[in-house]
Design a protein around this ligand. Sequence first.
Ligand code: G4P
Length: 279
Amino acid sequence: MNVQWYPGHMTKAKRQMQEDIRLIDLIIELVDARVPLSSRNPDIDEMGKNKSRLILLNKADLADERQNEAWKAYFQEKGFFVVKVDSRSGAGMKAIQNIIQEACKEKIEKDRKKGIKNRPIRAMVVGIPNVGKSTFINSFAGKACAKTGNKPGVTRGKQWIHLNKEMKLLDTPGILWPKFEDPEVGVRLACVGSIKDDIVNMEELSLNLIHFLRERYAGALKERYGVLEEGEDVQVMEEIGRVRGCLKKGQELDYARTALVLFDDFRSGRLGRITLEWV
Ligand code: G4P
């Protein structure tokens, strides 16, 4: 399956981000904990050289906890600071504060040597569409944040969210586009909903998901739908459709509706906590 994307958007966004990155000390990169590699754009490593780096495994509540831990270790080994978060509930937000101080220790130390006291850490939140950037910013900034107007010379017309004395966030989340060179990346991103459903063949995608689940999370489909996980993937899909009453007139199976049921359940965690990309 081939998923299309639009590099035109990306060039402009990338230029903007390169400009914005000059203004900040720390990059807070959100990745989807269910697909931690596929939901990254490797350009950010190049753009973010010399900046403190924090990776948030967002939607950790939907991902397999064992894999969350494995991915955390994986990124830490590569030199990133890492926190698992659930931006919707706010879990992990407290841990972030301390980690940020640690991630920016060098900057704080440099400031101190220069005699600069209490200059806030400036951070930017980046990630691919739908990874949860807005939800994270709202949750992290909370209600206490105050938006300030333009400060000429300092912000160059940018909006900053003043979180507290120690930190401020660049208001607009940096949107990155995932790399699609590997078709598997497209499939994984479509599964988690980072690619619009209307440009994806959802029925084919269902077979991909069913295949993966049977291999790595045997029993998950059985538990949710009471189906036997036997035979071809398409047979399992048909069984799910029948159990869920996804039928057209004349008792013909409605594959499109079956796909909707399956993805609705998967994306909302009703199939269990599932990680599609394993370390
Ligand atoms: P974006 O700015 O990066 O594009 O993403 P956004 O915050 O809009 O979040 C995309 C979807 O992901 C939203 O769901 C949001 O609630 C959900 N989400 C964000 N972070 C988390 C998380 O840590 N855990 C879980 N379970 N969900 C998360 P939606 O269905 O599009 O909207 P809504 O109905 O939840 O408002």
